[in-house]
Design a protein around this ligand. Structure first.
Ligand SMILES: Nc1nc2c(ncn2[C@@H]2O[C@H](COP(=O)(O)OP(=O)(O)OP(=O)(O)O)[C@@H](O)[C@H]2O)c(=O)[nH]1
Length: 623
């Protein structure tokens, strides 16, 4: 945790500083006291050494030198010394002999002092010793109150002897340790107090930062509900206030955005949901819907739009089972456009009856979404086996021109129901965008179809021929198949109009169109070329086979009783026939030749089929 680290670091640093101070103060106070002890002991032993010298000199003068041992003991007691030992120098030994056993140098320090004439002061046992030793030489001098050289046979400045004194510095040491401990304890108390106050000072910073950290962490996940308590009026309190203001502003704006985008997909936002994630996912969904709309607007046919929609259902929503139906409300029919992602597949999830009677489909009949996710038995047309497998359905109608133009049926297994419920608003948004585009494309298609159709007979018209003639030839070339063109014209049709009126004539033309279609294949094209003149194009058919078809049509017309004013009217038909590529390579030339053949049929007495021959067309003639 970052914050507790900050706290630990600060308090730790303070503790280290305090401990260092305690150590420095403790050690330096001990060193000072030790130094003071040594100085004090030095002075003390110097004084004692001087007193001993004076006492020894007096004893020598008073001739009581023999009692020097007891005198030295008393002096030691008076001066609180542990040991007093006087040692003789070489000159004194040479003059007065070795003296007492204790008066010989006992260690190197004694000898060194006698030799150098320099005093020695030091603690016995090194730095932590509790005894102080001083070995001070007695130097022969004639300049002092008492002239040493008067009695001693020694040169000026020679070390006559030395005195070794040891004094206890234990009490000083204890005093030093006690002082150091006292200072350390005081410092310790100071450290505790400092840390206590530092902790109190840090607490608002730590608490505020902890709360900001928690709020920021929640906010990064989209939860902006956390606020920070303002504990003081200083900068830390201000940070809390500003943070809360920022969180308020973000929450307010995001809620506004979320509500707006929720309106766009017709949903009620869930106040418990993660604000940021919910908004971001809806916005990205809407962006995809907008891209989808742009794409389908540029698509050419309704089929392309449906296929794109199917891709969205599969890729965006992970749906594997669905059907897109197209409805023909005029004929009360509906057909499958896409089934489970496959174009023009057989009906799978509903009873086939709905195709013949579109109102059997509940979505078509009501124009409402049929929610089988909530109530699986809502629609009787849904496949019973699928129901038994636990599958559910959601059928969404697409409203075009005020009616149901298409239906999108989504089929899911029980475990996928919650995901579909969540995805439903966005799927509906896709369908809402698709609806006007489908409507426009459908309208365009029907407009285009009607512009290529003859309104009276429902056959293709001359414009259709003009548009598709080139592609028909290209198709034959590609497949290397022939194509035969027939030109058909009723014989003496004028008399029908003249005798029975134009309406009767129209009716006869309509019936004629039906006779043609009844005797032709789906792939054959019937065109009302103008007036009572028709063209039939037989694809992949040569002239010979076409002659048979033409005669069949001619005989059918001849045999057909047209009902006119309660009685039967019989009419005949003349047909001219020319073939591609045998007669000509260009479509319009073949057509012209068929027209020439028709003329020949009329000339030859009508009610016959005439195949074009080269003789009918003078060489070099224009078509
Ligand atoms: N009722 C009706 N008559 C039409 C239509 N289009 C053309 N006609 C008539 O069809 C007749 C064609 O007559 P003609 O071309 O002179 O020849 P015909 O009487 O059919 O005689 P032949 O073709 O020589 O056998 C004309 O009277 C046109 O008015 C139409 O849409 N409806």
């Amino acid at each position: 945790m970052i914050i507790s680290r900050l706290q630990t670091k600060t308090m730790g640093a303070l503790l280290v500083v305090m401990l260092a101070m305690m150590l420095v103060i403790g050690l330096s106070s001990m060193a000072l006291i030790r130094d003071f002890s040594v100085r004090s002991a030095t002075e003390h032993t110097r004084t004692a050494a001087e007193m001993i010298r004076v006492s020894l000199t007096e004893a020598m003068l008073n001739d009581t030198i023999d009692r020097r041992a007891s005198m030295l003991r008393r002096l030691a007691q008076v001066n609180s010394l542990n040991e007093v030992r006087v040692i003789r120098g070489e000159q004194v030994i040479a003059q007065h002999g070795e003296g007492l056993p204790m008066e010989s140098p006992s260690d190197d320090i004694d000898r060194q002092v006698l030799e150098s004439g320099e005093p020695y002061f030091g603690l016995i046992g090194g730095l932590f010793g509790t005894e102080f030793r001083a070995t001070i030489p007695y130097i022969a001098s004639s300049n002092e109150d008492i002239n040493c050289l008067a009695c001693h046979q020694a040169p000026e400045g020679a070390a006559l002897g030395a005195v070794t004194l040891t004094a206890s510095v234990d009490h000083m040491k204890h005093a030093g340790i006690a002082t150091a401990l006292f200072l350390v304890v005081i410092m310790g108390l100071f450290a505790v107090l400092s840390m206590f106050f530092m902790g109190r000072l840090l607490r608002p910073l730590v608490k505020t930062t902890q709360e900001i950290r928690k709020a920021a962490s929640l906010a990064s996940g989209g939860d902006f509900s956390q606020r920070v308590r303002s504990r003081s009026r200083d900068e830390i309190g201000q940070i809390a206030v500003h943070f809360n203001q920022m969180a308020d502003a973000i929450t307010h704006k995001l809620t506004e955005i979320r509500d707006h985008v929720a309106q766009l997909v017709n949903t009620v936002p869930d106040p418990r949901a993660n604000l940021l994630e919910e908004t971001a996912s809806t916005v990205s969904g809407l962006v995809k819907v907008a891209q989808f709309k742009q794409a389908i607007e540029e698509d050419q046919t309704t089929e392309e739009v449906f296929f794109r929609l199917s891709e969205v259902l599969r890729a965006e929503f992970g749906l594997a089972h669905f059907t897109i139906y197209q409805v023909d409300p005029d004929k009360r029919l509906m057909e499958t456009v896409i089934v489970d992602g496959v174009l023009h597949d057989a009906i799978r999830w509903c009873h086939p009856d709905i195709l013949e009677h579109c109102t059997t489909c509940r979505a078509v009949r009501t124009g409402h979404a049929i929610d089988g996710l909530e109530n699986r038995n809502l629609c009787r047309a849904f496949d019973e086996e699928a129901l038994a497998d636990g599958r559910s359905y959601l059928c969404l109608p697409i409203i075009q021109s005020g009616g149901v133009g298409s239906v999108v049926q989504l089929v899911v297994a029980p475990q996928n129901i919650p995901a579909l419920i969540r995805a439903r608003p966005l799927i509906s948004a896709y369908l809402r965008e698709a609806a006007p585009v489908l409507q426009a494309k459908g309208l365009m298609a029907s407009l285009r179809e009607s512009s290529l159709k003859d309104a009276m007979t429902g056959l293709h018209n001359r414009r259709f021929l003009e548009e598709y003639s080139e592609s028909l030839v290209a198709q034959c070339k590609r497949r290397q198949t022939p194509m035969t063109l027939m030109m058909l014209d009723l014989d003496y049709f004028k008399t029908v109009n003249d005798t029975h009126g134009h309406d009767v004539g129209d009716e006869i033309l309509r019936e004629l169109a039906s006779i043609f279609q009844a005797h032709l294949r789906e792939s054959d094209l019937v065109i009302r070329y103008g007036g009572e003149e028709f063209i039939i194009i037989l694809l992949d058919t040569g002239a010979e086979a076409a002659m048979a078809v033409a005669n069949k049509i001619r005989l059918a017309v001849e045999a057909h009783p047209f009902k006119v004013a309660g009685s039967d009217l019989h009419k005949t038909l003349s047909i001219g026939l020319a073939a591609y590529p045998d007669d000509a390579q260009a479509f319009w030339q073949v057509l012209k030749y068929a027209d020439v053949a028709l003329y020949a049929a009329k000339e030859n007495g009508r009610n016959q089929v005439v195949r074009f021959t080269a003789e009918m067309w003078p060489s070099g003639g224009e078509y």
